[in-house]
Design a protein around this ligand. Structure first.
Ligand SMILES: [Zn+2]
Length: 390
């Protein structure tokens, strides 16, 4: 899930929203302002309903953010780096770099999210009680009750033991703990996720058929997402099992041909491309540190008349967008990051940041073929998703 709009950093963690959040906010605001609130508290002006609904929707997003922050902070404390938090149409995602190293850490990272939502439900519930005791059981009370209820639903729904929900992570951690096989545990949690997703789709379709239109479509949509996320997780877990134990350094092409970014495209073609067998060339500074990545695909995109005047640096994938890894890093962790502008390549650097290797999809494919010829200890790897059920 990509963030379309950055909200800056909280506790050092990048927070962003996907544009699809505006759709869920609109759905929540319209539903509350024209349905639930007027039904429960009749006789107010439409402006009052809309303001109350907007406050409720924003506080709900804030609650979701708190849930994801809890996952992220506990992940960090357990040695798992956090890429970013993104809020989107169906909820929130704390995108982690890599995986928990022990079942205990896996469990703690997962469980803290629902616990946070549960705590928020209690806080909003108590606040609603306080407002009621002060004698004003109007719209503020309604908003607080709504927030208590949605947070409680968020906690309970996400505890269903099926990947990619938090409950699926808890199930994975438990199976991993008791059977000692992380890979098989992840596969089982993902299978439970597929079953859950199909059940949700079926229930959603049933609701549509029986005339409860929108909520059925919504349920089916979430079910479809759960099925596809669970399927991807199962594949990744199986893949992780196949290449477990392999390090980046085992698979990379060592000592790649590195270039100066000031070389023109024309000179590159004449002096390098036609005489080397590689398709990927890291650009480096005088110290050997990465300044960009050029692939033949990128070179081919330069029109012939511009080749003499275009420098490699100008067409390179910038260094902050090239996936990089150290040779001793598990291959499975790098695979999770192998996207972006580098045409499916990654660059391997040493502790001083100097380029020591490159890794391409074909290197990985070869490693997989070799892995099938041997046996490895299992060890998989996906990232979570929190879903709102309304
Ligand atoms: Zn969660």
């Amino acid at each position: 899930m990509r963030a379309s709009i950055s909200l800056g950093r909280i506790a050092g963690i990048k927070v962003g929203i996907n544009a699809s959040v505006f759709l869920i906010v609109a759905i929540l605001v319209v539903g509350l302002a024209t349905g639930q609130l007027p039904a429960a508290y009749p006789g107010r002006s439409i402006v009052a309903y809309v303001i109350a609904a907007i406050i409720a929707a924003l506080l709900f997003l804030g609650s979701l953010l708190a849930h994801e922050l809890a996952h992220s902070l506990v992940a960090r404390r357990n040695g798992v780096e956090v890429e970013s938090i993104v809020l989107w149409l169906l909820g929130g995602v704390a995108q982690l770099r890599g995986e928990a190293k022990t079942p205990g850490a896996d469990f703690r990272i997962a469980i803290v999210g629902p616990l946070t939502s549960l705590a928020l439900a209690v806080v909003f519930g108590l606040a609603a009680g306080g407002v009621a005791m002060l004698g004003s059981a109007g719209l503020p009370f309604g908003v607080l009750v709504y927030l208590a209820a949605t947070n409680a639903v968020l906690a309970v729904f996400n505890l269903i033991p099926a990947a990619p929900l938090d409950g699926g992570r808890v199930l994975r951690a438990a199976l991993w703990q008791f059977r000692g096989d992380r890979h098989a545990a992840a596969v089982n949690a993902a299978r439970a996720g597929r079953i859950l997703g199909f059940v949700m789709i079926a229930l959603g379709v049933l609701q549509v058929v029986t005339g409860r239109g929108l909520s059925g479509v919504w349920l089916a949509l979430i079910g479809w997402f759960v099925v596809s996320a669970a399927t991807a997780e199962e594949q990744q877990a199986r893949l992780g099992g196949r290449i477990a134990g392999l390090q980046v350094g085992h698979v990379m092409a060592a000592r790649p041909t590195v270039l100066d970014g000031n070389l023109s495209v024309a000179d590159f073609i004449a002096q390098v491309a036609l005489t080397h067998q590689y398709s990927t060339y890291p650009l480096v500074d005088p110290y050997g540190r990465l300044t960009g990545l050029v692939t033949l695909n990128r070179v081919r995109a330069v029109p012939p008349e511009l080749r003499a005047t275009t420098r490699l640096q100008e067409i390179a994938c910038p260094p902050n967008e090239v996936p990089t890894a150290r040779p001793e890093e598990p291959l499975v962790e790098l695979l999770e990051r192998m996207h972006g502008c580098a045409d499916g390549r990654a660059v391997v650097v040493d502790e001083a940041g100097r380029v020591v290797g490159v890794l391409s999809a074909s290197d990985v494919a070869r490693a997989l073929q070799l892995a099938d010829l041997r046996s490895f200890d299992p060890y998989p790897a996906p990232s979570g998703a929190d879903l709102t059920s309304r």
